[in-house]
Structures are given as C-alpha cells and as structure tokens.
Ligand binder design. Structure first.
Ligand SMILES: NC(=O)c1ccc[n+]([C@@H]2O[C@H](COP(=O)([O-])OP(=O)(O)OC[C@H]3O[C@@H](n4cnc5c(N)ncnc54)[C@H](OP(=O)(O)O)[C@@H]3O)[C@@H](O)[C@H]2O)c1
Length: 376
C-alpha cells in the first residue's frame, strides 16, 4: 500500500516531537511522517519551504514550530507569522490540509473563553502573542477566501515529556524542584487551563481524517477542569517533600516592581557589553495573577473523543516529576535528587515502608467515579 506523506515543522520540539512519535508508533503502516530540522527547512526562508514541499509533495502539513519565547520582534515575526503564512501558501498550492498550532497567548484573561474571544491586534502585545495572533488572522482569511484548507488548534499551558527547552509548566516544575521559588508569585484562586501533549496527536489525526467537519475551524484544546496555580505548586512541593516555596502570596505590585528592577539592571549590564536577558517566562508574569480558562464546548460538540478522559495534570504529576527529575539530574541541571533517584524504591518497598506516601499519591491522582462508565 502507498503510504501518505505528512510533514511536521518543529518536529524536534515538545509538541512536534510528540506528534512525530505518535505517527511513527501508531500509524507507521499507513503514514510516512517527515520532520525536517530547522536547518533543512527554516520557516524564515521562503525558498526552503517551496523547495522542500516540491521535493516531498506531502499529503498534509502540520506546523508546530515557534521562535523562542524571548525572541526579538524580527525573529518572532519571521518564524511565528511570515513562516506559517508561507507554509499555508504552500499547502494551498499543493491542495493539502495544514494543521496549525496556536496559543492561549492570543486570548485575554478571563474564564471559559471561546475560540472567538481573541485579543485585538495592538502594538503593545508581546512579540509572541502578536505574531501568533497575526498568523491566526491571516490563515483564517486565506480559508475564508477559499484558498486554504486548514485547522487551527489553540493550546494553553502544555505538559508532557520531551520539553528540551524547559518552558511553561516544566519551568515551573524546575523552579519548585530546584527550590529557587521561595514564595508564591501568584494570588489565591488563580485558575488556568492546561493541555496534555500526549492527547494532541489524536486530535490532529482525527482532524486530518474528517476535513469537512474541521476545515477552516479553530478549536481550543485543553483539559476539561482548570487548575489552581498555587494549589498545583503546593502539590509539587508536597510530592517532593520540600520546605519551599512558603505559602506566602507575593502581591502583584511587588512582583512587577522586582521585574522592573531586574530590567533596569540588565539594561545596565548590556551597556557594558554583557549579554543578559530577562527569563522568558517573565513575559507571562501578569498571567500568574490573572485567571485564564478556555472553553472546550466546541470541541466536545465535535466528533472527536478524548482518548484518555481520566488524565489530567494531577494524575500525570508523579510520572512527569520522575521523568524530568531523572532527566535534569542526568544533565546536571539539578543535583538535589541524585541519591533519591539512584535509589528509587519500588512500589513494593514504598508499600512496605511508607504507605502514607502511596495513599497521598493515589488521592492526588483522583478518586472520582469514572465519568465515562456512568455516562454509559
Ligand atoms: N509549550 C507550550 O506550553 C505551548 C503553549 C501554547 C502553545 N504552544 C504552541 O505549540 C507549538 C509548539 O510549541 P513547543 O512548545 O513544542 O515549542 P518548542 O519545544 O520550543 O519547539 C519549537 C520548534 O520550532 C522549531 N523552529 C524554531 N525556529 C524554526 C525555524 N526558523 N524554522 C523551522 N522550525 C523552527 C524548533 O526547531 P529547532 O530546535 O531545530 O530550532 C523546534 O522544533 C507552537 O505553535 C506554540 O505556540 C506551546
């Protein structure tokens, strides 16, 4: 049988890598998935896109590339906006679908935000939000005028394995594990939506198999239940048995003045020739203090069925913590857990010696009734 060829841009990243891995393991018999590196196909180079697409002639294209969060305007514009537009022009030229990943950074704060609730395009948005929003707008226009078959998937805070760059949720996990977060930089009851990277390839594949339903559409893709940021931080702390962060909520004005002081100091450093930048996550400082939850009503009304409805950031936490701590320890980014990880006890040992730990773990993973059983 002739296999379909699919191209993933950004295949070395957290999202792209998860999609490539899914196709290579679940659909290897029917789909030949290609993931050119950014050296082979840079979204910044229109010629790269045209040459590669002519050479490979794919049946579908998935865009999971992004410029680093702290990128300057030029890079963000080229990778997050111009590149996706040129990719869309290639998809339209070939007459094949494009699945494009976008971000909740294009939405304002608020609760239960729908796919339409986007920010308006303003100069003062961050480079990341501005470029992602511009891409959403141009792709939507191309689809409306009939030249493009695309679907856009909007992700919130992503959790999953293989985040080499330690961004978003994994940076938070790192800061708690490294005990570099002394207090809570958030306020009580700040809720956010989270996206499970492992589930995403199932949606992408489903969208590709059902073009009439999904073409020209944007879908929020997040877990059903929003997550309380401070509760999540304290859950990680308790799981790791740490003393920090203390349960002290730092007010927003104090956190922003700290950020401003840091900005001034870095500007001074740069004047004397030292290259130093603000940690990229600080562009999201506002969102640590403001709830942002996304509605999944549209997705739930679609024909897509969540392959793992019981999985959430809470149920995945032990697995993620073990995965990242082992990885960061091997990479010498963190040393505190070396002994613990080297001598990680088996479940049987923990059951024998520390049953409370297992009890806490199972409770944290959830004791709710299986909702899919009661629906049946
Ligand atoms: N991670 C999150 O929490 C999150 C949240 C919301 C939305 N998203 C969206 O999900 C998508 C993927 O994010 P991610 O977290 O997987 O990103 P990531 O881990 O930082 O990976 C980014 C990917 O983009 C590639 N890339 C960078 N510059 C490129 C260029 N000029 N040409 C071609 N490829 C280039 C990188 O390749 P090289 O390594 O070779 O440069 C890498 O494979 C993005 O659209 C992002 O906006 C992510």
């Amino acid at each position: 049988m002739n296999k379909k060829v699919g191209v993933v841009i950004g295949g070395s990243g957290l999202i792209g890598g998860t999609i490539v891995n899914y196709y290579k393991t679940v659909h290897a018999d029917t789909i030949d998935i290609r993931a050119p590196s950014s050296k082979k196909l840079s979204l910044r180079e229109e010629d790269d896109i045209r040459r590669y697409m002519i050479e490979v002639n794919p049946h579908f294209i998935i865009n999971a590339a992004m410029a680093n969060l702290g990128s300057d305007g030029q890079l963000a514009y080229e990778v997050n906006y111009r590149g996706p537009v040129n990719l869309a022009r290639a998809a339209a030229g070939l007459g094949v679908p494009l699945i494009h990943m976008t971000s909740a950074a294009t939405l304002p704060p608020g609760k239960n935000l729908t796919e339409q609730d986007t920010l308006s395009l303003r100069p003062n948005l961050s480079n990341y939000a501005k470029s992602k929003l511009m891409a959403e707008k141009s792709l939507h226009l191309m689809a409306r005028t009939g030249s493009l078959d695309y679907s856009c998937v909007r992700l919130a805070i992503v959790y999953g394995a293989h985040d080499h760059k330690i961004q978003g949720f994994h940076r938070l996990l790192f800061s708690v594990a490294d005990e570099s977060m002394p207090v809570l930089f958030t306020k009580k009851n700040t809720l956010h939506s989270y996206t499970n990277a492992k589930k995403l390839p199932y949606l992408v594949h489903h969208m590709l198999e059902h073009r009439e339903e999904f073409s020209g559409q944007t879908f929020n893709f997040v877990d059903r239940q929003p997550v309380d940021l401070s509760a999540l931080i304290l859950e990680i702390k308790s799981f790791l048995n740490l003393n920090l962060p203390k349960k002290i909520y730092v007010p927003f004005w104090f956190a922003t003045s700290g950020k401003k002081t840091l900005e001034i100091m870095l500007r001074l450093f740069r004047r004397v020739g030292l290259k130093a930048n603000l940690p990229p996550e600080l562009i999201f400082l506002d969102s640590f203090y403001k709830s942002q939850t996304l509605s999944i009503t549209k997705l739930e009304k679609s024909s897509f069925v969540d392959p793992y409805p019981w999985e959430t950031i809470h149920t995945m936490l032990p697995e993620l913590i073990y995965y990242y701590l082992s990885r960061w320890t091997r990479e010498n980014l963190i040393t505190t857990y070396k002994d613990k990880l080297d001598h990680e006890k088996s479940v049987e040992d923990i059951f024998d010696q520390d049953p409370q730990r297992l009890l806490d773990l199972v409770h944290a993973q959830g004791l709710n009734a299986y909702s899919d059983l009661s629906e049946n």
